[in-house]
Design a protein around this ligand. Structure first.
Ligand SMILES: [Zn+2]
Ligand SMILES: [Zn+2]
Length: 265
């Protein structure tokens, strides 16, 4: 089920399906499609894909178990399960897997597709991936890095073989992520969250997100050059947050990540 994109060496395509902190069209929540077979998170943005496109997804890497990052995963498993001949493999922290099992695919909120239609050949397989681990899928290497959120969460670095794209996931201030990025040979793109305006800094601290002044402190830890894109903007506050970012960080010129943007590396 792999396309030419997936097979070609040193060439990778990342399509933004959703990158907002909430919904309200055109906003949709976090989901990135790598080539045609790998997803990073499964938020409402996933609804933009056709049934045929959904059926080609073999691997899903989750940052954490918050609803805006997982909500379309159980729906996707149900929609495409019968069309596929092998399970979708979901990579996540042990805590994220436990939450999915106990609170989502528990037979009450949604069927447990890790044992349906049979435990031997289910629609979904959950595979634990601890922070710091790498999974090599074809030519793409995906590494998780622990970040600092209200629940256990990771960001990811996706390496095409010729360059890397890093995604912070949901996070507040941290060091490990920036240390890892500074050690990369070629960081081309950075997606980093900024959920709130500076006025809501207390809310950003309590909910363990970032606001523009906090982002400025974080980006000061980044020693490498990369194109920077802002994700997880609160719907309705996008322009205000981006204007504050431009004021704090004039030298880096971060741009807002937008739905349907495509990055090649
Ligand atoms: Zn979150
Ligand atoms: Zn979120």
């Amino acid at each position: 089920m792999r396309s030419l994109y997936g097979r070609s060496a040193d060439h990778m395509k990342v399509r933004v399906l959703g990158c907002s902190g909430g919904i309200g069209a055109p906003a949709a929540t976090t989901s990135f499609l790598i080539d045609d077979d790998i997803l990073i998170d499964a938020g409402t943005g996933l609804g933009a894909l056709s049934l045929a496109e959904l059926a080609r997804i073999d691997h899903v890497f989750l940052t954490h178990s918050h609803l805006d990052h997982i909500n379309s995963l159980p729906l996707m498993a149900d929609s495409v399960g019968m069309m596929r001949d092998k399970p979708i493999v979901v990579y996540a922290l042990a805590e994220t897997m436990e939450t999915l099992r106990d609170h989502v695919m528990n037979g009450r909120v949604w069927p447990d597709f890790t044992v349906i239609p049979t435990p031997e050949n289910p629609f979904l397989v959950l595979q634990e991936m601890a922070a710091g681990e790498t999974r090599q899928i074809g030519t793409r290497a995906i590494t998780s890095i622990a970040v600092n959120h209200t629940i256990p969460a990771v960001g990811y670095v996706i390496d095409s073989g010729s360059g890397s794209l890093a995604f912070s996931g949901d996070t507040t201030v941290m060091d490990a992520f920036w240390d890892e990025l500074n050690a990369l040979e070629e960081l081309r793109y950075l997606f980093v969250e900024t959920t709130f305006t500076d006025e809501n800094i207390e809310l950003a601290k309590i909910s363990k997100h970032l606001c523009p002044s906090m982002l400025a402190g974080e980006l000061a830890k980044l020693d490498v050059d990369a194109e920077i894109y802002i994700s997880h903007l609160m719907p309705g506050s996008e322009q205000e947050i981006m204007a504050e970012i431009a004021k704090h960080i004039p030298e880096r010129t971060p741009r807002a990540l937008t739905r349907d943007q495509v990055f090649e590396l």
